[in-house]
Ligand binder design. Structure first.
Ligand SMILES: Cc1ncc(COP(=O)(O)O)c(C=O)c1O
Length: 399
């Protein structure tokens, strides 16, 4: 009789840094919502942050043409010269400060600019100040590279801007990087021009870099976007993050870019060489069409998001326990739910499980998100109305 010894699988030994890596809860809630749909439940999806519109046809056509023309090979790590040039022209025009193609790095989505900025600039123990509530990837990436994540609270009473005196009190000799994001995810807040000048003053002539996440800059409902890179003396200290995902409804294409001084751009390109080699070549040719072609679809989407925001915020403010400011940009609403007496996570879970409305807990965006929920308005008015009715009837039963 032969005996087989079955050895237990070796224990997976992860690198320590993996325990410091966070996540983006939107993707997890989406999975839970899909599982409920599989059980036959109807869910209104207000959790994920992506335009529900199709990518404009002229951009899709440009990608198809590029495929037929043979843009199917590796390209330069920092991006195809045509696209770097088109972006430099576009950003120079929109921000009102001159950028050259050498100051552009094209990457697969906006996210890699966050990761590469941390990898390139933040040593272990360096402090990085970041908005909280804010896009969760900032905190995750700061921790991952061994930096110290220092939150600056965005307060509802400041229209979800930041208190510049508080920011100034957080800056010290260990501060390496400050992240700002306007229009902001998740609050829809926009930093006024004066606040941006004050932030620059608070930094003074310290050797601190700024990551200015401007991915929603084309989605503003009042006023003009204003970039800190245009403040005197700030351009060389700023990395602008922008991209195609939100402006042109291209989330799945994975294409974004950073604008930064040319010497830093060369180092970011080395990070690209080591990780992705390059962004897909045919998508970059579609990017040239996106930037240089007809912009009317972007404007149509902006107006439609504004219409939906108005309907949804108005509806939320009629519901017991909810109070919501009118966001000035992006496609999110961030109601205060403290009057419900429920914690954010518990309420988000209950709305998904019992009311069929998928939203995110404010705490998915950090500690200071407690007391809030985030609903994306990237869904039809009809679905937004259904969501409002369901939330209202849930509150009538449960509050
Ligand atoms: C503030 C902010 N920055 C960056 C990104 C990343 O965008 P992308 O999908 O292009 O990587 C997002 C996406 O939700 C975002 O909300």
């Amino acid at each position: 009789m032969s005996t087989f010894s079955v050895s237990a699988p070796a224990q997976l030994k992860l690198a320590k840094r993996m325990s410091r890596l966070g996540t983006e809860t939107a993707f997890e809630v989406l999975v839970r919502a899909r599982a409920l749909e599989k059980q036959g439940k109807h869910i209104v999806h207000l959790e994920i942050g992506e335009p529900d519109f199709e990518t404009p046809k002229n951009i899709v056509d440009a990608a198809v043409d590029a495929l037929h023309l043979g843009y199917t090979h590796y390209g330069p790590s920092a991006g195809l010269p045509d696209l770097r040039e088109a972006i430099a022209e576009d950003v120079s025009r929109s921000r009102g400060v001159k950028f050259t193609p050498e100051e552009v790095v094209v990457v697969p989505g906006g996210k890699p600019i966050i990761f590469y900025t941390m990898l390139a600039l933040v040593d272990e123990g360096d402090e990085v100040i970041y908005p909280n509530p804010g896009f969760p990837i900032y905190e995750s990436m700061i921790n991952y590279v061994g930096g110290r994540a220092i939150p600056i609270q965005l307060r509802e009473e400041c229209d979800f801007g930041l208190d510049v005196d508080e920011l100034a009190s957080l800056i010290n000799d260990r501060t390496r990087l400050i992240i700002i994001n306007s229009p902001q995810n998740p609050t829809g807040g926009v930093l006024p021009k004066q606040a941006i000048h004050d932030i620059a003053d608070a930094i003074g002539d310290r050797n601190v870099m700024i990551l200015s996440d401007e991915i929603y800059c084309r989605l503003m409902f009042e006023g003009e976007p204003f970039s800190i890179s245009t403040v005197e003396g700030m351009k060389d200290r700023t990395i602008i993050l922008d991209g195609f995902s939100k402006t042109y409804a291209m989330t799945g294409w994975r294409m974004g870019y950073g604008m930064m001084r040319a010497d830093l751009a060369a180092h970011m390109a080395r990070l690209m060489t080591n990780s992705n080699s390059c962004t897909a070549s045919f998508t970059q040719m579609a990017g040239v069409e996106a930037v240089r072609g007809d912009q009317s679809a972007t404007e149509r989407m902006r107006l439609e998001f504004q219409r939906r925001r108005d309907v949804f915020v108005n509806g939320l403010n009629q519901i017991k326990g909810f109070s919501c400011r009118l966001p000035k940009g992006a496609f999110y609403t961030f109601p205060n739910i403290t009057q419900t007496g429920w914690s954010s996570k518990k309420l988000a879970d209950a709305l998904l499980d019992e009311a069929g409305v998928a939203a995110l807990s404010g705490t998915a965006f950090g500690f200071f998100g407690e007391g809030y929920l985030r609903f994306s308005v990237a869904n039809s008015i009809e679905n937004l109305q259904i969501a409002l009715e369901r939330i209202e009837s849930w509150t009538k039963k449960n509050l």
